[in-house]
Design a protein around this ligand. Structure first.
Ligand code: ZN
Length: 135
């Protein structure tokens, strides 16, 4: 079964901790041992696993990506007419899917790890597709 998480993002670059949503889906699925696929069906948003304990970590990640990939870089002329190539590049670098382990009905993450949705071209309505596989 395919599950969907809906999100409204509030700014151009922001993140949302979706760990609780993913854990609820795993619980609903009844799968005890397997894999949880988390997929972002957008070209200017991404998903990653990173620290959720100290909020500055994700803020630093977003700020550093914007420093590396400015909307109007000095030495590159973007051809994409929509004007959001910076967001496409950030999304491509971070990636749009995760395969996460499930054991004894629980999502396995490291002590400080959380599942993070990253927005690079908000505010927008977004969705995340979750597929739980196993037994
Ligand atoms: Zn675009």
């Amino acid at each position: 079964m395919l599950y969907e998480i809906s999100l409204n993002t509030a700014s151009k670059n922001c993140y949302r901790d979706i760990t609780g949503n993913v854990e609820s889906i795993i619980h609903s699925s009844g799968i005890k041992d397997g894999i949880c696929l988390v997929f972002v069906p957008h070209t200017t948003a991404a998903v990653t696993v990173n620290e959720g304990y100290d909020e500055s970590v994700m803020e630093d990640l977003l700020n550093y990506l914007s420093y590396l990939i400015p909307k109007h870089p000095k030495h590159v002329i973007f051809k994409h007419e929509e004007g959001n190539s910076d967001a496409h590049i950030k999304a491509a670098l971070i990636g749009n899917s995760l395969a996460l382990p499930i054991s004894e009905g629980k999502l396995i993450l490291g002590k400080w790890q959380r599942v993070m949705f990253l927005e690079f071209d908000g505010p927008r309505n977004r969705k995340v597709i979750v597929k739980v596989l196993g037994k």
